[in-house]
Ligand binder design. Structure first.
Ligand SMILES: [Zn+2]
Length: 403
């Protein structure tokens, strides 16, 4: 009642914020403090070696020398409690050719998740098994005959600058893509959307694509990139699709978390994928407000949303409820089409209606739309991710164009 009167009183002056959604298991997403990393260089002059975290997306919280060849790499999360996604990323510089060992150290209760990726100037490579020793829940990484500068990272570094470069690349000769800043994070970073359609956006069904709510989930972002690149490919399938539909693609939902090298949260210390009920954090608030405004102005109706993430394996989390959505048969047909077109591929679907305030639940409960959490495995091969991303977009476009 109070909400109604407040809205009514201001009706002529301002419009009301988006309606809050009740979830079975609500989460308090009020901001909590985070601990910032000390951005510094850890130098060991006698060994002619140093480690640093002086770039966006880096994370190390300390380095100490254990003996002549072993260094302890201390990694901490931005705050606790937190999901076990022990992300790290740093640069090593060695002025002589040498073999060293890095012992990763996470706080009590947290264990190793990501196989180290390395870039010594000739592209990212996954660390081979022979160079890894698993010690209970930690790892020992062997770096053999290293010299010069190299990056060691839980996943390939994809910070906000990398995302910006990707956007600039795909925008070339594509005047039908609008790149818009729709808000600001706690630390003043822009929140971006790519608004994509051909011809007038008015009256078109609307599709929403999200990624990087969770900073280390780079493989989900890779699938998102391949997916979006397919939507804007110069071919008849994409042409027909974009004539009929409007797409809002959010390529970096949590830029503060990404650039701060966070394990999970935004700069408000919160998992943004628990904020889709009350919209307390600026990222989700800006996104939901923008969608609401856009829908109203152009008479668009949300039909579907995919939120790209990563976990230990490939999986599509779906809602059980489908009859109230615009295309109740879509998911079965989409998965069938993907299996037909990707060799040796079986879709792993887990269906349950969301009980916590996640984007998938918001899509269903607030919009009666199809909602999917599109998860890619941390170590799924990058070629396979590209194939899954592209094929899932092709099948989706064909199905939706025919409806
Ligand atoms: Zn996630």
């Amino acid at each position: 009642m109070k909400y109604f009167f407040k809205c009514f009183a201001f009706f002529l002056l301002v419009s009301c914020g988006p309606k809050k959604i009740k979830f079975e298991r609500p989460v308090d997403t009020s901001s909590r403090p985070i601990e910032f990393q000390n951005k510094t260089s850890y130098d060991f002059p006698q060994k002619e070696i140093s480690f640093n975290n002086k770039f966006d997306g880096a994370r190390i919280n300390g380095v100490s020398q254990i003996n002549d060849t072993i260094f302890k790499i201390i990694i901490k999360p931005e705050n606790t409690p937190i999901n076990n996604s022990a992300y790290y990323s740093f640069e090593i510089s060695s002025q002589s050719t040498q073999t060293i060992y890095l012992k990763f150290d996470y706080p009590q209760g947290y264990s190793h998740r990501y196989i180290p990726k390395q870039n010594w100037g000739d592209g990212w490579k996954i660390t081979e098994n022979k160079d890894l020793d698993f010690l209970d829940d930690k790892i020992l990484l062997r770096l053999e005959n290293i010299y010069g500068k190299g990056l060691i990272s839980a996943q390939e570094i994809q910070n906000s600058n990398d995302v910006k470069n990707w956007i600039n690349k795909i925008l070339k000769n594509k005047s039908y893509i609008n790149w818009v800043t729709i808000g600001e994070t706690n630390l003043g970073r822009p929140i971006w959307v790519l608004d994509i359609t051909k011809g007038s956006p008015t009256d078109k069904p609307l599709l929403l694509f999200f990624t990087r709510q969770h900073p280390p989930e780079v493989t989900g972002y890779f699938a998102f990139k391949s997916f979006v690149e397919e939507l804007i490919n110069n071919n008849p399938v994409a042409e027909l699709f974009l004539n009929k539909y409007r797409v809002l693609a959010f390529p970096l939902v949590n830029p503060d978390g990404v650039d701060l090298g966070h394990w999970r949260h935004n700069a408000g210390g919160i998992d943004t994928n628990r904020d889709w009920g009350h919209y307390r954090q600026p990222e989700i608030k800006s996104i939901v407000n923008f969608i609401k405004k856009t829908k109203r102005k152009y008479n668009n109706k949300i039909v579907m949303g995919l939120d790209f993430h990563s976990t230990y394996y490939d999986v599509f989390y779906t809602n059980v409820e489908r009859e109230s959505t615009p295309y109740p048969k879509f998911l079965d047909q989409w998965f069938e089409g993907m299996e037909k077109n990707i060799p040796d591929y079986k879709v792993n679907e887990k269906a349950s209606n969301s009980t916590q305030p996640v984007s998938k639940g918001w899509l269903l409960y607030a919009n009666k739309a199809i909602g999917v959490t599109y998860e890619i495995g941390d170590e799924t091969s990058r070629e396979k991710i590209d194939l899954i991303g592209k094929t899932s977009a092709q099948v989706l476009m064909k199905l939706l164009t025919d409806y």
